[in-house]
Design a protein around this ligand. Structure first.
Ligand SMILES: CC(C)(COP(=O)(O)OP(=O)(O)OC[C@H]1O[C@@H](n2cnc3c(N)ncnc32)[C@H](O)[C@@H]1OP(=O)(O)O)[C@@H](O)C(=O)NCCC(=O)NCCS
Length: 142
């Protein structure tokens, strides 16, 4: 298994994995990232036959918990169920972390739903500390 940056030929596989992680999102995958208007990277895990995981990260000007310091942000990470607990997400995090460091940031944020025990355990294993548990609100404007 290798971790590498997304290549044009990966787009179908990447889109299928994104759909697993974010079923509510549209299928304009590259557009979703571009509309954030920040530096972004997609790393994929490739087992030689197919893609078995991906991670997306950005550089945000403000990261909750870093007190107005810019930093990397792990926007999403997903590993195919059969490949879990074998270090794939850890390898993806390594790739993303290198990319963040190369852009001059020395800290990273991330988030998870409060009931996602696997994700919380995984984040803690990699040194992420819980900054806050928040309720997010949204409202359409008429
Ligand atoms: C969270 C996720 C990315 C972890 O991927 P992974 O490749 O299995 O993780 P790794 O193999 O690199 O790391 C495994 C470590 O993470 C923690 N961990 C991962 N899954 C866990 C689980 N179900 N229960 C408890 N700890 C877990 C453990 O510390 C584990 O180490 P161990 O196997 O020695 O106990 C994967 O479970 C996943 O894709 N989940 C669905 C998508 C998702 O929730 N993404 C995160 C959104 S914030």
């Amino acid at each position: 298994m290798i971790v590498r940056a997304l290549e044009p030929a990966d787009h179908r596989g990447w889109s299928a994995m994104r759909q697993q992680l974010w079923p509510e999102a549209g299928r304009d995958d590259a557009g979703d990232l571009a509309r954030m208007h920040v530096p972004a990277v997609v790393m994929v895990a490739d087992d030689g036959e197919r893609l078995i995981g991906f991670a997306e990260a950005t550089i945000r000007s403000v990261v909750d918990g870093l007190y107005f310091r810019p930093g990397g942000f792990l926007e999403g990470i997903w590993v195919a169920p059969k490949a879990r607990r074998t270090g794939v997400a850890t390898a993806l995090l390594g790739g993303v972390t290198r990319w963040v460091r190369e852009r001059g940031a020395n800290a990273m944020g991330s988030d998870a739903m409060p009931d996602n025990r696997a994700s919380i355990a995984w984040h803690k294993k990699h040194g992420f500390e819980i900054e806050a548990e928040v309720i997010k609100f949204v409202r359409e404007l008429d």
